[in-house]
Design a protein around this ligand. Structure first.
Ligand code: AVI
Length: 324
């Protein structure tokens, strides 16, 4: 799953997601055109993202997997057995089994908005861990969620890998981290914990290459958003006139993805006309990068006290354990 939490889907009379249409039309009317990144993840986009995780330049997935593999004894010691693991955004393929194997949990609760992803992930996990109770919950984890009664009395560990938190602006990230704290609970006798992946600030060229790989997979992932608009919102965007750009924004310490018009273009979306000048862009994603201090500040501003931090061998990516 993408890990991008969304509101529940509401379709209009043409079977189109109302929120998608509203976000696109509003986003294209702005001076700096911008469309929320969660719309990158339709079926084609989710598959392209899986492909991104395998391109040589995109290090975050491999770096985080390395930490989970190599430091399993340290996770076991810092977290301890018997917790209910609540994963925000279900089953990111190889990472979840690595964590579950390391810490000997009492239950696994995958939480996702997309019911089909959720059930697939839950089934796959149950097969791998036959003795482990699995309780999938279909919910929007941007808001506080009621967990199943079966795990009510267990201490909790939230798991949010992948640096998905980096795709949110700080204000939204704080809202989410606070919601997670409410979902997991703040029992002082057995404080909840959170294990969260956060990608690190590093050399710009390394960052830019990770978001503009030579094979062009990230470019396709970005352009797929324009294709999706054409498919679902009766659009006429000339996709081949849009160039993928990965840009470092130093003020906010983030990589931004943009789609840049290569010539002056005009197009329609849902019957409304739009135009772009050559060089004008549509901003499609932010991916914030953190330092030790900025990651701790974000967590503590959200009610979480950092406990321990692990890096991969090349110091590219961090996994942080925090306590409620
Ligand atoms: C899902 N998310 C953490 C990815 C990232 O690195 O920000 C999405 C992505 N966008 C382009 N490449 C990967």
């Amino acid at each position: 799953a993408s890990g991008q939490a969304t509101a529940f889907v509401e379709l209009d009379e043409d079977g189109v997601d109302r929120a998608f249409r509203a976000d696109v039309l509003e986003g294209l009317r702005q001076h700096q055109k911008a469309i929320p990144a969660r719309w990158l993840y339709d079926d084609a986009g989710s598959e392209l993202f899986e492909d991104i995780t395998r391109v040589p330049e995109y290090y975050p997935t491999r770096a985080e997997t390395e930490i989970l593999t190599d430091r399993s004894a340290e996770f076991a010691e810092a977290i301890g057995p018997g917790r209910a693991v609540v994963e925000f955004g279900s089953g990111s393929s190889v990472k979840t089994p690595l964590l579950l194997r390391a810490i000997d949990p009492a239950a696994y609760v995958p939480l996702d908005i997309a019911g089909d992803f959720l059930r697939q992930a839950a089934d796959a996990l149950s097969k791998k861990f036959p003795g482990l109770p699995v309780h999938p919950v279909e919910a929007d984890f941007m808001r506080a969620v009621d967990l199943p009664d079966a795990v009510a009395s267990m201490p909790k560990l939230g798991f949010f890998p992948g640096s998905t938190i980096g795709n949110m602006v700080p204000r939204t990230a704080v809202d989410l981290l606070r919601s997670m704290r409410s979902t997991l609970g703040t029992n002082h006798a057995a404080p909840s914990m959170l294990l969260i992946g956060m990608d690190l600030v590093k050399d710009r060229e390394v960052l830019k290459a990770a978001y503009d790989d030579a094979a062009g997979v990230t470019a396709e992932f970005n352009r797929n958003l324009a294709r999706r608009i054409n498919r679902e919102l009766v659009g006429t965007i000339p996709v081949e006139e849009l160039r993928h750009e990965a840009r470092w924004n130093d003020k906010y310490a983030r990589i931004e993805m943009h789609l840049e018009a290569q010539s002056d273009i005009r197009f329609d979306v849902s019957g409304q006309p739009f135009s772009m000048r050559r060089g004008e862009t549509i901003h499609t994603e932010n991916s914030h990068k953190f330092t030790r201090r900025s990651s701790y500040l974000l967590l503590s501003a959200s009610g979480w006290s950092p406990v321990k931090r692990w890096l991969d061998s090349e110091k590219r990516f961090s996994l942080i354990l925090a306590e409620a």
